[in-house]
Write a protein that binds this ligand. Structure first.
Ligand SMILES: Cc1ncc(COP(=O)(O)O)c(C=O)c1O
Length: 434
């Protein structure tokens, strides 16, 4: 007698989330991925290609998360995948310098004129944390100024009053339990889009030149230039956190788009092509304060990792001027289409856009700072999120994130998203019940 073994059923998203919750706090390895802000159970991704992700049950979603901006050319772009594959075959980490990290550093310096030297690290958090340490080391001062609603990663001194998923924690300062008051004693938080008057105790001002962690908030005319002149006046360093905007707003990032030159720039996301890279860079005389030549210490076992630099270089190859035009045109179409879809379906909504970045704010006016960003209707966002997810469109599961339409989000895909958004908005605005 022969027996056929019973096939083991593939685990569903719900199965995997339940298992994850037993072994991973909150079931996720980064709080932005949880559905805490919108309710429900996260979809578990099995694979992705271009503008789409598929969950473990085989459902497809048009993905506007795109790894929170780490993906710009579309998921699993063949040029990037082939570069990573080839690199992996040569070894995954050495603890010694490699050719591609030199080439990625050269590519960054060639495209961002304010960066004469750059240090590669493994995350945006490392980049901002170390840029602040460097600014303190260079100036011999302690105080730093940041802006409410900006998110610079999860280091102690920068979490205060931060945007992104931190916005859902109970109290703004110090930003998280476990951050000792001493760690934020030298962090001054100011409202975004207001130029603070600095004094000579300030080592650095760190800012997202386009705020993309409290929804999307554009810098008002004169804000970035005002920060530049205040920093210069008191001898503080101006740090642009371009982890999101770098290589997305254009090859020279927000500093090129707005014509303001920072002393230090933090990068991440796009320059790793979906793998783990961060970077910070600036003038040579400032960067030369870093160890081993200088007294400011920073190190990393996986810094400048061969796979990550391969993915980053392959991604930068794809970002020519035509690519930036395409990115912007996708974002223009998405922002105009969504504005029309959401408002004509009866929601009070604005869809701000800066270059290729697009936000959704469920309120009457585009936000200008964290206070106005928090006036958006969070529970309505949750309903819109779920209505769209059921229709196969994945937004980020939190109202303070932005959308990242990329090279793969061509007109047909954008138009589909807009049509789904109209239906979703109708279903939750109640107009369809009349
Ligand atoms: C502007 C900004 N800076 C820094 C970071 C931190 O980067 P990472 O998550 O790679 O540590 C982020 C992450 O989203 C970010 O949006």
């Amino acid at each position: 007698m022969t027996t056929t073994p019973l096939a083991t059923p593939e685990p569903t998203s719900a199965d995997l989330v339940a298992r994850a919750e037993r072994v991973i706090p909150g079931g996720v390895n980064s709080p932005v991925r949880s559905f805490a802000a919108v309710g429900g159970t996260p979809y578990v991704v099995a694979r992705a290609a271009g503008a789409h992700v598929w969950d473990v049950e085989g459902r497809a979603y048009v993905d506007l998360v795109q790894s929170y901006g780490a993906i710009i050319a579309g998921h699993a772009h063949p040029h990037v995948v082939n570069a990573v594959r080839a690199a992996a075959g040569e070894g995954t980490s050495f603890g010694a310098p490699t050719r591609r990290e030199v080439e990625l550093a050269e590519a960054i310096c060639a495209r961002v004129p304010s960066i004469h030297k750059v240090r590669l690290v493994s995350s945006g958090t490392e980049a901002t944390m170390t840029a602040v340490r460097l600014a303190r080391g260079v100036t011999g001062r302690s105080r730093i100024v940041k802006f409410a609603g900006n998110y610079h990663g999860h280091s102690d001194s920068l979490l205060a009053d931060a945007g992104s998923a931190v916005a859902h924690l109970a109290d703004a300062v110090p930003g998280s339990a476990g951050v000792p008051p001493a760690a934020v004693a030298d962090t001054v938080v100011c409202p975004y889009n207001q130029i603070p008057e600095l004094d000579a105790s300030v080592a650095a001002v760190i800012v997202e030149p386009v705020a993309a962690n409290m929804g999307l908030v554009a810098p008002q005319p004169g804000f970035l230039a005002g920060l530049r002149s205040e920093c210069s006046r008191v001898g503080a360093l101006l740090i642009f956190d371009e982890v999101i905007t770098g290589f997305r707003l254009g090859p020279g990032g927000a500093q090129e788009a707005f014509g303001v030159t920072p002393d230090l720039t933090c990068l991440g996301k796009v320059i790793g092509g979906g793998l783990n890279v961060g970077a910070f860079g600036g003038r040579g005389d400032v960067m030369d304060h870093l160890a081993p030549g200088g007294p400011v210490y920073q190190a990393g076992t996986l810094s400048g990792n061969p796979l990550a630099t391969a993915a980053g270089l392959a991604t930068l190859d794809l970002l020519d001027s035509g690519a930036y035009e395409q990115l912007e045109s996708h974002a223009v179409r998405l922002s105009a289409g969504l504005t029309d879809a959401l408002t004509s379906a009866g929601l009070t909504a604005v869809v701000p856009r800066v270059g290729p970045l697009v936000g959704i704010h469920l309120g009457p006016q585009p936000p200008v700072d964290f206070d106005s960003a928090r006036q958006g209707d969070e529970s309505l966002y949750a309903r819109l999120f779920h209505a769209l997810l059921s229709a196969g469109v994945a937004l980020a599961p939190g109202p303070y994130e932005v959308m990242f339409p990329g090279l793969a989000h061509g007109p047909a895909i954008v138009d589909h998203v807009v049509a789904m958004a109209y239906d979703a908005a109708r279903s939750i605005s109640g107009e369809d019940r009349s």
